[in-house]
Design a protein around this ligand. Sequence first.
Ligand SMILES: CC(C)(COP(=O)(O)OP(=O)(O)OC[C@H]1O[C@@H](n2cnc3c(N)ncnc32)[C@H](O)[C@@H]1OP(=O)(O)O)[C@@H](O)C(=O)NCCC(=O)NCCS
Length: 199
Amino acid sequence: MKYRPADEHDIAAVTEVHVAAFPGFFLTSLGSRFLDEMYRGFLLHSSGIFLVAEEEGQIMGFAAGTSAPTSFFSDLRRRRFLSFLCYAFPALLRNPKVVFIKLFKAIFYRGDQPAGLNGGALLSSIGVSPAVVGKSVGQGLLTRFEHEALSRGQKFVYLTTDEVGNDRVNAFYRKNGYVIESRFNQHAGRAMFRYVKNI
Ligand SMILES: CC(C)(COP(=O)(O)OP(=O)(O)OC[C@H]1O[C@@H](n2cnc3c(N)ncnc32)[C@H](O)[C@@H]1OP(=O)(O)O)[C@@H](O)C(=O)NCCC(=O)NCCS
């Protein structure tokens, strides 16, 4: 498996892996064009950290995040707000009430930074193709994400993930040295863990 920074040509394949790795998730329901735009954001912003795992020319996994969560999301909003809205439009028509509320929260997302901790890189999204799950590709991506964050002067990596019905993913982070910094409820009472790892 080869690990390298993502580029524009990887976007469609990353979106494909995302769709396969996150079935039934809200962002997946917004469609491929929305996801393409979202992942492109990690390429365009100077703070974006975006890595892919590739085997025989095929993208098998990705990790995307930012070393400057606050400015990343506000810049993305300012520059791409209309695009996000356009690409989410078909999903909005299908289920206006639910999609509007969640989309609003997604667009105005601020990065869920741990209170009292300054700096730190946010791992926003990590996924591997179902064909290679459990074969250390996730670990390979996570380690390289941490190295990249460290090389940009960050002292820790943080992320959020579901507390409930998500045991394997929680085990994955714990196994890789992440500790629960706090738990919080997202909209509709969705229980979340915030993990941190000093790097
Ligand atoms: C979570 C994920 C990135 C881990 O990547 P991976 O390459 O499968 O994980 P690794 O092979 O490096 O590590 C294996 C460990 O991950 C955990 N794990 C999580 N999901 C797993 C799965 N479906 N199958 C096997 N192991 C899984 C286990 O703790 C496993 O350790 P074990 O072999 O001792 O049981 C990947 O399974 C995935 O893409 N899942 C779907 C998307 C997702 O939920 N992403 C995280 C959102 S916060």
